[in-house]
Design a protein around this ligand. Structure first.
Ligand SMILES: [Zn+2]
Length: 288
């Protein structure tokens, strides 16, 4: 009984303390005559903060997600991670393959792949919590309900390329790889009005032909990932199993059919860990 009360108090304290680091750092001393505007801005920030606290509680988070810094004025230079290059990678300006974005801020980027699960609760959760993410879609999974991803796009999510049928690309000729990648460019342009500039090869597997094909249909970047989050665990690329600033995190549109839980369950696992470790979730496109 006592223990339970103690935990409840701790939970509330954690929810409140998560906000102290919120704010957007834009506060500067007001000039004469700007006091009213300053007060209005403070009230606005307070209301936004209270909405975040309420949303975090509603979705069962242990802490309020941290607010990411403002997008960088100068974008970082993205290069291919060592050991991930193909022949002619740099010389022919093939799309860089990377798992982490260079930054000193404690931020991570969430990317979600494939498109099998189409859970309305997931869309509500992400928009209420204001957590940015990037989607990599494969047409054979998406085509049953293009409308679901249109709602996602309306919430500010960028829809990117993950091929038409999710094949193991290095096993295919250049021409067939090109059909998979450029074909998906066309589908996304037709259904969602925008041609992606980001492409993720299925299984993270690619060869030189993959990147040449991707470049030929307008792809600028090939982001992979440094961690993967499932509904019941995390997996890491690094030996020390640690998150690093700028890491790209992978997850999937999967639900109870494949996982022991829902997409909101997965997001809770994701956010509880990154927030506890002092990371905010930023928008990948802001850094590219
Ligand atoms: Zn995939």
């Amino acid at each position: 009984m006592t223990l339970r009360g103690g935990i409840a108090v701790l939970a509330v304290a954690a929810l409140v303390s998560g906000c102290a680091q919120g704010g957007d750092g834009s506060d500067v001393g007001p000039a004469a005559g700007q006091q009213g505007a300053k007060e209005g801005r403070t009230a606005e920030l307070r209301a936004a903060h209270q909405a975040r606290v309420a949303a975090a509680k509603r979705w069962g988070l242990k802490r309020v997600p941290l607010t990411p810094p403002r997008p960088p004025a100068a974008k970082p230079t993205i290069t291919t991670r060592k050991g991930f290059e193909v022949d002619g990678h740099r010389y022919d300006s093939l799309p860089p393959v990377f798992t982490t974005v260079p930054t000193k801020h404690k931020i991570v980027f969430l990317t979600i792949d494939d498109g099998a699960e189409k859970d309305p609760a997931f869309l509500r959760m992400m928009s209420e919590l204001k957590i940015p993410y990037t989607a990599f879609l494969s047409d054979y999974l998406v085509k049953g309900d293009y409308g679901y991803f249109r709602k996602m796009q309306a919430d500010g999510v960028v829809l990117n390329n993950h091929t038409l049928r999710h094949p193991y690309l290095p096993g295919l000729s250049y021409a067939r790889q090109k059909r998979e990648i450029c074909g998906m460019q066309k589908v996304i342009e037709k259904r969602y009005g925008k041609r992606p500039t980001l492409f993720r090869p299925p299984f993270g597997s690619y060869n030189e032909a993959t990147l040449r094909a991707a470049k030929s249909c307008g792809i600028k970047y090939a982001p992979l990932w440094n961690e993967e989050v499932f509904v019941d665990r995390w997996e890491y690329r690094e030996w020390d199993r640690k998150i690093r600033p700028g890491d790209i995190v992978l997850s999937h549109f999967r639900g109870r059919q494949d996982w022991k839980g829902t997409m909101p369950d997965m997001i809770r696992r994701f956010l509880n860990k990154v927030t506890r470790e002092g990371y905010a979730v930023a928008r990948l496109e802001d850094y590219l």
